[in-house]
Write a protein that binds this ligand. Structure first.
Ligand SMILES: Cc1cc2nc3c(=O)[nH]c(=O)nc-3n(C[C@H](O)[C@H](O)[C@H](O)COP(=O)(O)OP(=O)(O)OC[C@H]3O[C@@H](n4cnc5c(N)ncnc54)[C@H](O)[C@@H]3O)c2cc1C
Length: 464
């Protein structure tokens, strides 16, 4: 009876959890001490892709994954479902870090990763509603149109062509989606819309079938060289991987490594055909616009709009609590923005509202790595671009652990160490001032028609 209620609790986490097939009843916790080759903390995409590729590379490896709640509890089960080639650090930033060729290689690897996720989902029979319709980013003001041109110019300067990112006229964008006020758009084919919880839960099933030990309701209290400690036992392993992203700051000594910043979403009721006739998005391209405070949406396979954005506050001390997942003012703002984009949605019923923490490193550059001396590995800091990046991280960690020198292990994010965030209350002030400035900059640009210098300055301060 009690366990039934737990599954119900997980159903309420998001629209995706509510509609994922199969039981959300937690599996068994770690029953006691264990020896393994690889121990992983966290069963989000990072932990599960790592286990997936490791078990493929060497089926003899004993792999243990410990998850505090259920597989796919975190951002991996709740996200916007953009399986994209976006990487949180820009090409220019990666060039400054590691040179132009390395920057290009990183972005090419991300493009290939979108297809890799689709390939594995198909091969493993995971029906995650994968639809590779690309991404359209609307320019709904002259300033946004300039930003669109800048984005395309940057891509060209690194050798990416029309087939990677291109400008669309207002007419062409209108054929894809009937959003209001569109002056033009950028379009990239390198993105698929997915049902995130179907991917997460599907991966968990595949891992179990392969013999990976995936323990749920097993909080890791300590990660150290050769061991992963939980209340019900210790896993001793040569390699120990931290895959806890937005929850990382909850570990002792990790408070300043990755800031949990909340992203929130809403989902509408299924829309009638007449509404879809106006909205379009027939090939299910993911969509947003070129404002500063990010918005993102997708047409779901069951005919709803799932739509999200930033703007929820960062909480003092990198706190993460279930109550932070729901901010009525942000849901109202998302609803208003959605109706502004697609007025036909003005009165539509919103059936779900939810959110979760994304992991933001101080320099906004995701990283993956393994310290061979201690056996400790990590991947994360994806900001809000982890759906595909986690797959690249999993393949890379598998190569690092098995000692395979590959193209992946030479990518510039491998071994990158982000600086620590400032101590509190500076971190709280900086992150929230950044979020406020982005919202203010959007209002300023809408009012004056001029680009906001403040957004650039704050973006530079935050390392974005
Ligand atoms: C609302 C929202 C929308 C998003 N939209 C997109 C999008 O459209 N596209 C995109 O690319 N990215 C998006 N993201 C980001 C993306 O979902 C994440 O980057 C990605 O899922 C990170 O995967 P992960 O496995 O590293 O972390 P998570 O999925 O957060 O997994 C970490 C796991 O670790 C577990 N854990 C934490 N602490 C412990 C502990 N002490 N012991 C054991 N287990 C622990 C957690 O319960 C969790 O299951 C979004 C995120 C959110 C919240």
């Amino acid at each position: 009876m009690v366990r039934m209620r737990e599954a119900d609790k997980y159903r309420k986490l998001s629209f995706w959890h509510d509609t994922v097939p199969g039981s959300l009843e937690p599996g068994d916790p770690l029953p006691g001490d264990l020896d393994a080759d690889v121990a992983i903390a966290g069963a989000g995409y990072t932990g599960m892709w790592t286990a997936y590729y490791l078990s493929q590379a060497d089926p003899g490896l004993k792999i243990v994954v410990c998850e505090r709640e259920i597989a796919g509890f975190g951002a991996s089960g709740r996200n916007g479902g953009w399986c994209s080639a976006l990487f949180p650090a820009s090409l220019g930033k990666l060039e400054r870090m590691a040179g132009a060729d390395a920057a290009t290689a990183m972005y090419r690897a991300m493009q290939a990763t979108v297809d890799e996720v689709g390939r594995v989902a198909a091969a493993e029979g995971i029906d995650c509603h994968f639809a590779k319709g690309g991404t359209v980013e609307f320019a709904r003001s002259e300033v946004q149109l300039e930003r669109a041109a800048e984005d395309v110019a940057e891509a060209r300067s690194f050798g990416f062509g029309e087939e990677d990112l291109r400008l669309m006229s207002a007419v062409e964008a209108g054929e894809l989606a009937g959003a209001t006020g569109v002056l033009g758009a950028t379009f990239t084919p390198h993105c698929a819309a997915i049902h995130p919880a179907r991917l997460a839960r599907g991966l968990a099933g595949v891992l179990r079938a392969r013999g990976v030990s995936l323990f749920e309701r097993t909080p890791v209290t300590e990660i150290g060289p050769g061991r992963l400690v939980t209340p019900t036992g210790t896993v001793r392993a040569r390699y120990v991987i931290r895959a806890t992203e937005g929850y990382t700051a909850l570990f002792p000594g990790q408070r300043r490594s990755i800031a949990p910043v909340y992203s929130l979403m809403i989902a509408t009721a299924p829309l009638p055909e007449a509404a879809w006739a106006q909205i379009g998005l027939t090939s299910r391209p993911t969509f947003g616009d070129l404002r500063h405070l990010i918005i993102y949406g997708q047409r779901t396979a069951d005919g709803r709009l799932a739509f999200g954005g930033r703007g929820a506050p960062y909480h003092l001390g990198s706190a993460v609590r279930p109550s932070f997942d729901r901010v009525p003012a942000v849901f109202t703002a998302l609803r208003r923005t959605l109706a502004d984009l697609f007025p036909v949605l003005g009165d539509v019923e919103v059936t779900h509202g939810w959110g979760g923490p994304i992991g933001v490193p101080r320099d906004w550059c995701a990283s993956v790595g393994l310290d061979r001396a201690t056996g400790l590995g990590w991947a994360g800091g994806y900001v809000g671009d982890g759906v595909s990046t986690t797959n690249l991280a999993g393949r890379t960690l598998a190569d690092l652990i098995t000692g395979t020198d590959s193209e992946l292990t030479r990518l510039p994010w491998v071994g990158h160490r982000s600086p620590q965030w400032e101590p509190e209350p500076l971190r709280w002030l900086g992150v929230n001032a950044g979020l406020q400035t982005m919202a203010w900059a959007d209002r300023h640009e809408a009012r004056t028609g001029r680009p906001s210098r403040a957004a650039r300055v704050v973006g530079r301060f935050l390392g974005a």
